[in-house]
Design a protein around this ligand. Structure first.
Ligand SMILES: CC(C)(COP(=O)(O)OP(=O)(O)OC[C@H]1O[C@@H](n2cnc3c(N)ncnc32)[C@H](O)[C@@H]1OP(=O)(O)O)[C@@H](O)C(=O)NCCC(=O)NCCS
Length: 172
């Protein structure tokens, strides 16, 4: 019997990642694992209290990526009217460049588009080439700069926007 295409893809991804990847909503019990990634990802990491507030806020949504139950990444975003604001995203250092942030972004876009979101925006440090590459891949466009927005490294923030109705694949 010829296996279904979806199954082959699942198996391939499982092999590449060393287990089954699941995307689900973050809960309070996830905070220690999330903080361990956060602390290794940012010069001024979010505190436990910030994650607690984000999880409990009606305006914010947090997704985690877990491989066989082990958290390897997360995304946090808020939605106001038809605008999604990406507030935080990080992947465990040893799981980067395997498509995990991309999967989290796809889930965020799917979830928010279903509820009528039309635009997504974010700020990113000018030096964060990896994150900028990730956002450009999804069709985020540079629209402005907030000079010296990040006080810890005295760095500018680039402001990026994406039209959620446009698929970057369609634009060549
Ligand atoms: C930015 C980050 C979330 C990307 O996560 P990831 O799971 O490695 O990203 P993906 O594997 O889905 O990469 C998707 C695309 O992003 C770009 N990208 C990701 N990491 C990159 C890097 N180090 N250099 C250049 N481009 C990169 C590439 O275009 C890549 O596509 P490709 O694999 O087809 O080349 C991760 O590097 C991270 O956690 N960094 C620290 C936290 C951070 O800076 N967060 C963003 C705050 S604005």
């Amino acid at each position: 019997m010829v296996p279904k295409q979806g199954t082959e893809k699942e198996d391939r991804r499982k092999g590449e990642l060393g287990g089954s990847l699941k995307i689900r909503w973050m809960d309070l019990g996830d905070i220690p694992s999330v903080l361990s990634i956060e602390n290794r990802s940012f010069p001024t990491p979010w505190s436990e209290n910030i994650f607690r507030e984000e999880i409990q806020s009606p305006l914010c949504s947090c997704l985690v990526a877990a491989i066989d139950g082990r958290i390897v990444g997360y995304i946090d975003f808020s939605v106001v009217w038809d605008e999604v604001h990406v507030r935080n995203i990080a992947v465990r250092p040893d799981y980067r460049k395997k498509g995990i942030a991309s999967i989290l972004i796809v889930h965020m876009i799917t979830e928010t588009s279903k509820k009528g979101a039309r635009w997504a925006t974010l700020e990113v440090r000018r030096s964060n080439i990896g994150a900028i590459g990730l956002y450009e891949k999804f069709g985020f466009i540079l629209t402005g700069v907030r000079p010296l927005y990040y006080r810890d490294t005295e760095e500018d923030a680039l402001i990026m926007w994406k039209d959620l109705a446009k698929d970057p694949q369609d634009e060549g």
